[in-house]
Design a protein around this ligand. Structure first.
Ligand code: SF4
Length: 334
């Protein structure tokens, strides 16, 4: 089976969407978040947004996405209007105002199968994805996702994958870096390499919340005796659950359906993986910080909440708090 011959262009998106449809329509998918934080100078995208009038007191992920779209040549941006970020509506409006084609997509908050099915059909038509091409993409992407699932399992069962590697492989699954085969082959090669390593011994930790905007978090955690063996949202981006069809696959995906859908998954993985403590990352000015209240009252292992703002290295205060948290866990009952 082969990739589509010639790409029709790049389709950007603001959070995980049914990426199968983009590939099947012959476009190259691009998760704008990954372009933002993967850039050697991500702060310039935030600066661009602020120069264009975005307020200082606003989440820098949104500003970064805007800055990326202003620089990158995209055919269109799929904006997730429900099931992601409370700022996306205004982002979609400013992008349209700037002449960017935007395609709205929504995950129904109540996880209604019929509504999601309609949304997927609508997106399929809008992109021009054919049924035959979609079936072929689904086969190829399932094989790639099974390798990512193996990397994730190795992280907690064999303990030979670092938290940072787990994060990078799973977060990249949202667009497979534009090439399913290359991503799957890279994952295969990584699996073989990781299997030659010794097991890591740090305190097993979980990371929950949106992916971090800050750099060096995982390396620091490992340097002070922890090992992140579960990245909640990133794992969800890799669609870890087996499903009968595309609609079911995106119904089992927890991230868009609120804190209670997420909690079920988090608590299950804490038990399965033997996680001793949770690091909850919240982004400055993000509405999701409110969810910390519920998480603290419903998760049975200790939680450390940390906050990031700009795409830059971990600050000293957060480092001290992480170190103290891991020391506290080391001193606790095993
Ligand atoms: S961190 Fe929160 S406010 Fe920022 S883009 Fe993500 S969901 Fe939106």
């Amino acid at each position: 089976m082969t990739e589509p011959q010639k790409s029709r262009g790049i389709i950007g998106f603001t959070t995980t969407v049914p990426v199968e449809l983009i590939f099947a329509a012959g476009y190259e998918p691009c998760d704008l978040n990954n372009i933002f934080v993967g850039d050697p100078q991500p702060g310039r995208f935030v600066d661009r947004a602020e120069r264009d009038g975005f307020p200082k007191s606003m989440c820098n992920w949104i500003k970064g996405i805007y800055g990326v779209v202003m620089e990158k040549q995209v055919e269109a941006v799929i904006t997730v209007m429900e099931g992601d970020c409370s700022n996306t509506q205004a982002l979609a409006e400013i992008l349209r105002y700037r002449g960017v084609r935007t395609i709205p997509f929504s995950f129904p908050y109540d996880r209604d199968r019929e509504v999601l099915s309609r949304e997927i059909e609508k997106l399929k038509k809008e992109l021009g994805a054919e049924e035959g091409a979609l079936a072929e993409v689904e086969t190829r992407i399932a094989a790639a996702r099974s390798r990512l699932s193996e990397i994730d399992t190795m992280t907690w069962s064999e303990r030979n994958v670092t938290g940072g590697e787990n994060h990078l492989w799973l977060v990249g699954a949202s667009d497979m870096l534009g090439d399913i085969k290359k991503y799957a082959d890279g994952a295969d090669e990584f699996i073989s390499r990781a299997r030659t390593r010794e097991s890591m011994e740090g305190i097993p930790l979980g990371y929950i919340g949106v992916p971090p905007i800050i750099e060096g978090l995982y390396d620091f955690i490992e340097g002070v005796g922890g090992h992140v063996i579960y990245n909640e949202t990133q794992r969800q981006f890799a669609l870890p659950c087996e499903a009968a069809d595309i609609v079911e696959r995106y119904l089992l995906y927890t991230y868009p359906y609120g804190i209670f859908a997420r909690l079920e998954d988090i608590n299950k993985e804490i038990g399965l993986r033997g996680i001793k403590g949770i690091i909850h990352y919240v982004q400055a000015f993000c509405f999701r910080a409110i969810e910390d209240v519920i998480l603290r009252e419903t998760i049975d292992v200790p939680i450390l909440t940390i906050e990031g703002d700009m795409p830059k290295t971990l600050d000293s205060r957060t480092k001290m708090r992480i170190e103290a948290f891991i020391e506290m866990l080391e001193g606790g009952p095993c």
